[in-house]
Ligand binder design. Structure first.
Ligand code: GLU
Length: 494
């Protein structure tokens, strides 16, 4: 049977990196096994639906390079792929469960249930709708046929799963191993709500079955629902897919799950692309391939020291047996480092074209060739493309201040004299490539430490000791600007 996996987000907001990692693992698993990756939108909860969220999810997956084989916009043979368009299907299947005696109508009002809940709380008990009390509650099992008919005519009503007591539910999770739960711990969960819409649990199972999903790979937060899901499969007499529950993504510091607020507090993105005012990984200058590489390693490892993987290598290496059980700490520095590596080996021309918006800070007068030279010179220093703006400043703004610490250190070697010598070279028309040699000859008599000569030049041109190769900088700046900066330094009152 061919592998079919799905990513099934609810459009209740933007897709965060936890969701994106789930999508990625599903995608990798499908591609590794020559299977299909399906996007299904679980939008049956109309109160939690957020405008624009579905479009966001599609766009974010698209930017990430995670292309679904079947989705609402690229349907296959198992559509519709939006749950709100499948309501008649759920009604048909709930009918099947009711006829089999595996589900039943319930008529208790919210007020009635709340009252019982409160009474229970007062007695320090938790209320559970199930075998031990369902005959005392208002439902098709406890009421006569004629009363039931009346209730059904009047409405509203819900449909609940009939959970048997005293059974042990055994499920093998691909990540966690064998899980055993007692059926008494599961209550008679609602499958169809009073508004006629299915609950997540019911729609999810019906769809996974009808869409021929073979493996369910999803976040650990769904683990508590697993027993219920297994019971729904059993009620239908369907074979359940293989489950794999992914570890939580944890805060970088402290305990607990990573939240949007952590990102805001610590200055890192949590969304792949911008959502409202929050800039995403995209806007900060991540290559999507680098983000996928980082997310793949957030809960999985290849079993080697290798850390850099392009998508095809991720697909080749991905092995669900190496998914960890323990939560994975989010590490923005590591994500940045991986992006840095990708920037390092990616073709400059491609970067300049693909991520053109980051190069808007380059003045128009810079030719294509010049842009490429400048980017090549700076890229070793870049972790995120957004940094190009700061890093390229040294070509655009003459320094007006000089690093005092450095100045103090080299003062006794008379940096002005050194700088003056470079001025002379420019005025004599010596090309930059010969500066080093000429200055060495001059220094034969002076006997200065060569490091100090280089520091003086860099200080005058850039203002501090950072930046790429100083001769390359001077070459790009040209004679006029280089001379101006050297003279400014010379005339500056240190
Ligand atoms: N709609 C659920 C969610 O939003 C899907 C959970 C699952 O994959 O079963 O995460």
């Amino acid at each position: 049977m061919s592998v079919r996996v799905r990513f099934a987000p609810s459009p209740t907001g933007a897709l965060h990196i936890g969701g994106l990692r789930t999508a990625l693992y599903n995608y990798l698993y499908a591609k590794k096994n020559g299977g299909q990756f399906i996007l299904r939108i679980e939008d049956t909860d109309k109160y939690r639906k957020v405008k624009g969220a579905e479009e966001y999810i599609t766009e974010a997956l698209n930017w990430s390079g995670i292309k679904p084989d079947e989705s609402p916009s690229t349907p296959g043979d198992y559509g519709p792929y939006r749950q709100s368009e499948r309501v008649s299907i759920y009604h048909k299947y709930i009918g099947e469960l009711i006829n089999k005696g595996k589900a039943y109508y319930a008529f208790d009002t919210n007020e009635e249930l709340n009252k019982i809940r409160e009474d229970n709380e007062r007695q320090k008990k938790t209320f559970k709708y199930g075998t031990h009390n369902r005959m005392q509650l208002k439902n098709a099992l406890s009421q006569s046929d004629s009363v039931t008919k009346e209730f059904l005519k009047k409405g509203p009503y819900v449909v609940r799963l009939k959970v048997n007591s005293g059974e042990t539910i055994k499920i093998k999770d691909g990540v966690r191993g064998l899980i055993e739960i007692q059926s008494d711990e599961v209550d008679d969960k609602i499958l169809i709500k009073a508004d006629g819409m299915p609950t997540y649990h019911f729609a999810n199972i019906v769809d996974d079955h009808l869409m021929k999903i073979t493996h369910v790979i999803r976040g650990e937060e769904w683990l508590p629902s697993l027993a219920l899901h297994q019971l729904i499969y059993e009620a239908f007499g369907w074979e359940a897919p293989v489950f794999m529950h992914l570890p939580l993504i944890l805060k970088p510091i402290g305990k607990g799950k990573l939240s949007k607020r952590d990102g805001e507090k610590m200055g890192f993105p949590v969304f792949p692309i911008a959502w409202g005012k929050s800039r995403g990984f995209k806007e900060r200058g991540f290559l999507p391939e680098a983000l996928m590489n980082y997310l793949a390693l957030l809960g999985w490892n290849p079993g080697t020291d290798e850390e850099i993987f392009e998508m095809d290598a991720l697909i080749r290496n991905f092995d669900t047996k190496k998914i960890q059980k323990a939560g994975a700490k989010f590490d923005f520095e590591k994500a940045r480092w991986i992006n840095h590596k990708f920037l390092g080996f990616s073709d400059e021309k491609v970067i300049l074209e693909r991520f053109a918006e980051f190069f808007d800070c380059f003045p128009e007068r810079w030719s294509k060739k010049m842009r490429s030279i400048i980017y090549t010179l700076l890229k070793d220093r870049l972790f995120l493309l957004e940094e190009i703006k700061i890093e390229s400043k040294l070509f655009l703004v003459d320094p007006t201040e000089y690093d005092v610490k450095v100045l103090n250190k080299i003062q006794r070697h008379d940096p002005k004299k050194i700088v003056n010598q470079f001025c002379k070279l420019i005025k004599e028309g010596v090309p930059v490539k010969n500066w080093k040699h000429q200055i060495q000859e001059w220094n034969d008599k002076e006997g200065l430490p060569f490091g100090v000569i280089m520091q003086s030049l860099r200080l005058a041109i850039v203002g501090n000791l950072s930046g790429p190769d100083i001769f390359s900088i001077c070459e790009i700046l040209g004679n006029e600007i280089s001379l101006r900066r050297l003279e400014n330094f010379f005339n500056h009152q240190h």
